[in-house]
Design a protein around this ligand. Structure first.
Ligand SMILES: *[C@@H]1O[C@H](CO)[C@@H](O)[C@H](O)[C@H]1NC(C)=O
Ligand SMILES: *[C@@H]1O[C@H](CO)[C@@H](O)[C@H](O)[C@H]1NC(C)=O
Ligand SMILES: *[C@@H]1O[C@H](CO)[C@@H](O)[C@H](O)[C@H]1NC(C)=O
Ligand SMILES: *[C@@H]1O[C@H](CO)[C@@H](O)[C@H](O)[C@H]1NC(C)=O
Length: 742
């Protein structure tokens, strides 16, 4: 090993950062040695890489290892490089440009992607790093950051060709916060005018930002494995659960479920909290959906709480100390920084301005309810009527900066709660801590306080909802000639009806795309998550008409017992009913047996398919568009080992009356209950979301039985937790085991 090669390694060392200390004579760790050896074997070779014009799929390499500058080797095998124009390099690297280009260009079998050298508008984005520093955590829930996403999205949209889009993405990724840039690039790719871009299967958040879903010790373990062990011998690194002594910690399987967070983030990508882009933000019924979505979260959290002997979640009271502490045990890879925690009984009172605003905004809301109208910023009064009124109320309370009737006047109740919770641990910024994890939309629901906030929000919506006229018997009986005689469930492999089973499932996922400064090859993370045995719903329906009749079948699960096994109040059962599915069926005249599989639920999406390379362009496009949906593993509440009783409520209504017109662009049939249909101008179901349980029952109803009409049926079902953990299933070529789905 001559001096010459040592010198060039040192230069490369400077480039990749991690090995910089080598040249300064610091100790040589085993891991670093592996990295060097690898780099030497390729960069020492004079054989040139093959040059390629950029193609749309090269955009994927922009997502790889977000904490590394984009000129490092890309791809799972680190055999792809962007030939980055010198004019794109940040100041730090300009003097090293020759070495960077040289290292990228050398290596047999290496693919070098020619990035066009175009003028880039640094002045247009001169303010960005002052607002969101390069190594800061990013969340799109902060309106100020969301505006940055939308600016870059527009910047990407202005590209006149795929190579130009790639050039813009490469340039932006080198200069601005990578998470924010990737958020904008994802939007640009999803809505790209270029057919070739739409045909690229997009990566999923846990693949390129795995730190959001893994514990802080994960990375040291994964790096050791990757540096010291050849790819074929590597073991999956288990993700360790955040098990505190706190009683709430038993709910980790719900609050830390990977796809719960991915889903929540996607929802807020589809339905952003504001900004000035009408086409993006002003979607049909988005306020109502905001209410429905978060109520479903609270309902399901309550179900898990009862099963684990915990009382129903309480609404947040900003004047009282927060009952629960939370220490996220997460590390942010761009900054190699931990995230701030919070002690139990932390008071929000030092955030005096927030408390004051919160109180006055709550008073304004009470006044709105009393008056029955809102006043828009231009002075127009709009009366709050029916479910449309809830839509307005929701946008008002959320603090949607575009859709609130008057954002400056009514304020920002929901968004302020989240933002200020994030400052609770260092309210006066004395310790110069960044905002807490509780503000990152990607993981916010890990914190128990998330549910306190949403219980409070739900209580506020409920104040409006109780003013809506209860449904009359006629309204819930649209098809007098159709009788739902019974509903039941049948679990595969079980002989008795109405028995449902849950268990824990391990799933391996390749997260190497998000592991910065590591050697080539895949590295798996092993996640443990809730799962259930597949089951079918079976309905006996009598159609007393002489022709076929298309119906909508609606399915809900109702809790029956609280944490002590005492019966729940009927209104609580109704309000926190869990939506399971809504689907269409065609009834022939006479008796019908309607079957529906749990995997087809319109609530959930196929979580395996996200990680599976799709066989056709049509499937890729569908997968990209249809990635929002409740995680299939959480379709059922966990239940206790002895079995937890629930009521399954089924209802049959008229498809012709209830189904909104299908838009030509509609391509998703899954996940729509909580997400709507991306690209469609309508939410598929014209009834109020959660119908017929979305508002208080008519006065005469004292029991669930009193509410039932001939088109409804109820079954007593038991969800039993097997308390076993099943190992991961076979791996897919995409780098995940197929076990996200039951
Ligand atoms: C929080 O305050 C309550 C009520 O004063 C007390 O019972 C509880 O022990 C406190 N928790 C902690 C962790 O200090
Ligand atoms: C006032 O604003 C509302 C909501 O943007 C709009 O619907 C209405 O037409 C406006 N009225 C006038 C008089 O401009
Ligand atoms: C079915 O329709 C016939 C004729 O209209 C009626 O006599 C009968 O009562 C109906 N049966 C049910 C179950 O509704
Ligand atoms: C599951 O089994 C383990 C080991 O026997 C036990 O410690 C744990 O409490 C059980 N879980 C539940 C929810 O009962």
């Amino acid at each position: 090993m001559g001096n010459e090669s040592k010198r060039s390694r040192c230069k490369w060392g400077l480039v990749v950062g991690v090995v910089a200390t080598l040249c300064a004579g610091a100790a040589l760790g085993a891991g670093v040695f592996y990295l060097l050896r690898h780099l030497e074997s390729t960069s020492g070779d004079a054989e040139a890489a093959t040059r390629h014009a950029p193609s749309a799929s090269d955009l994927l390499y922009v997502f790889h290892r977000p904490a590394e500058p984009i000129f490092t080797l890309r791809g799972h095998d680190r055999n792809v490089a962007f030939d980055v124009p010198v004019s794109y390099l940040p100041a730090r690297y300009v003097s090293l440009a020759a070495e960077i280009r040289d290292s990228a260009a050398r290596g047999p079998g290496r693919r070098l992607i020619q990035v066009p050298d175009l003028p880039m508008p640094a002045e247009r984005f001169a303010d960005i790093n002052g607002i969101l520093p390069f190594r800061s955590p990013f969340t799109r829930s902060a309106p100020i950051y969301l505006r940055l996403v939308i600016r870059f999205w527009h910047f990407f949209q202005e590209s006149k060709s795929v190579p130009e889009l790639l050039a813009r993405a490469v340039w932006a990724r080198l200069h601005y916060n990578p998470e924010m840039i990737l958020d904008a690039l994802m939007l640009a790719m999803l809505r790209s005018p270029f057919e070739a871009v739409k045909d690229v299967q997009l990566p999923e958040l846990p693949q390129y930002i795995p730190e959001l879903y893994t514990d802080d010790e994960f990375f040291a373990k994964a790096r050791e494995e990757m540096h010291l062990v050849a790819e074929k011998d590597r073991v999956a690194v288990p993700v360790v659960r955040n098990l505190a002594k706190d009683d709430e910690a038993v709910l980790w399987y719900f609050r830390e479920d990977v796809h719960f967070h991915v889903f929540h983030w996607k929802w807020h990508v589809v339905y952003p909290a504001g900004s000035d882009d009408d086409e993006y933000v002003d979607l049909p019924r988005r306020g109502e959906l905001f209410v429905h979505l978060h109520r479903q979260f609270t309902a399901r959290y309550n179900a898990e709480r009862f099963t684990n002997g915990l009382p129903a979640v309480l609404p947040m009271d900003v004047h009282e100390p927060l009952p629960k502490g939370y220490f996220p045990k997460m590390v942010h890879l761009h900054g190699e920084k931990g995230t701030i925690g919070r002690q139990a009984n932390t008071s929000l009172l030092p955030l005096a301005k927030f408390i004051q605003n919160h109180d006055s905004q709550r008073a304004l809301y009470d006044q709105v309810l009393k008056q029955g109208y809102v006043t828009y910023s231009n002075g127009t009064r709009v009366n709050l009527v029916g479910i449309e009124g809830l839509d307005i109320i929701s946008n008002l309370l959320e603090g949607n900066s575009l859709l609130s009737p008057n954002y400056d006047y009514y304020g920002n109740v929901h968004n302020d709660l989240h933002a200020n919770l994030a400052f609770a641990a260092d309210p006066l910024h004395e310790y110069k801590e960044s905002f807490a994890l509780t503000s990152y939309i990607t993981t916010v629901a890990k914190d128990p306080a998330f549910f306190n906030i949403h219980q409070l929000m739900d209580d506020l919506y409920e104040k409006y909802k109780i003013k809506l006229a209860p449904y009359s018997t006629d309204e819930v009986t649209p098809l007098p000639a159709v009788t739902l005689q019974s509903v039941s469930v049948r679990t595969a492999g079980l002989s008795q009806d109405n028995a449902l089973r849950t268990y824990m499932q391990q799933t391996d996922l390749d997260v190497s795309m998000g592991l910065d400064y590591t050697p080539p090859g895949r590295q798996y993370a092993r996640f443990t998550h809730l799962q259930h045995r597949r089951f079918d719903y079976v309905l006996q329906v009598l159609n007393n008409e002489s022709q076929d009749r298309k119906v909508f079948v609606r399915l809900f699960l109702l809790m029956t017992e609280d944490e002590n096994g005492s019966p729940l109040d009927l209104d609580f059962q109704r309000r926190f009913s869990m939506q399971l599915d809504t689907f269409e069926a065609t009834l022939s005249p006479g008796a019908n047996t309607v079957r529906r599989s749990s995997v087809d639920s319109a609530l959930t999406i196929d979580n395996d398919a996200i990680y599976t390379p799709q066989p056709s362009v049509a499937e890729i496009r569908r997968r990209n568009a249809c990635r929002c949906g409740w995680p299939s593993g959480l379709l059922l509440p966990r239940g206790s080992p002895a079995g937890t009783p629930y009521k399954l409520l089924a209802m049959v209504t008229d498809f012709a009356q209830d189904r909104a017109p299908k838009a030509a662009s509609e391509q998703c049939s899954d996940g729509w209950l909580l997400c709507g249909v991306p690209g469609s101008t309508h939410y598929p179901d014209v009834r109020a979301m959660g119908f017929p349980l979305d508002r208080p029952f008519r006065a005469a109803v004292k029991t669930l039985g009193d509410f039932l009409t001939p088109n409804m049926a109820v079954a007593d079902v038991v969800v039993q937790f097997e308390n076993t953990t099943e190992p991961p299933t076979a791996l897919l070529p995409g780098g995940a085991s197929t076990s996200w789905m039951p």
